[in-house]
Design a protein around this ligand. Structure first.
Ligand SMILES: [Zn+2]
Length: 81
């Protein structure tokens, strides 16, 4: 089962902890310290399923939304160099 990082939404607490639950579940997890609602932390360890292999010559509009996102990400990387 995947592990998720949850962060307490209470300003003075902001307790960060890991929870394990199924990929399709989205349970409401309360902070183990202060029992406030918590929020799942995302965007830290997101990896592309495949290396970027979009058609550079193609019109981005013809790509699927997912590929289009990869295209945009790849563009960002490309501009760095
Ligand atoms: Zn808390």
């Amino acid at each position: 089962m995947p592990r998720y990082e949850h962060k307490c939404l209470k300003d003075i607490c902001e307790f960060l902890f890991e929870v394990t639950y199924g990929i399709k579940e989205e349970p409401k997890i309360n902070c183990p310290k202060c029992a406030s609602p918590t929020q799942r932390q995302i965007g830290k360890n997101i990896m592309f399923e495949t290396p970027v292999d979009v058609d550079w010559e193609g019109d981005p509009k013809d790509l699927s939304p997912k590929s289009f996102k990869q295209y945009q990400e790849a563009k960002k990387i490309k501009y760095k160099w």
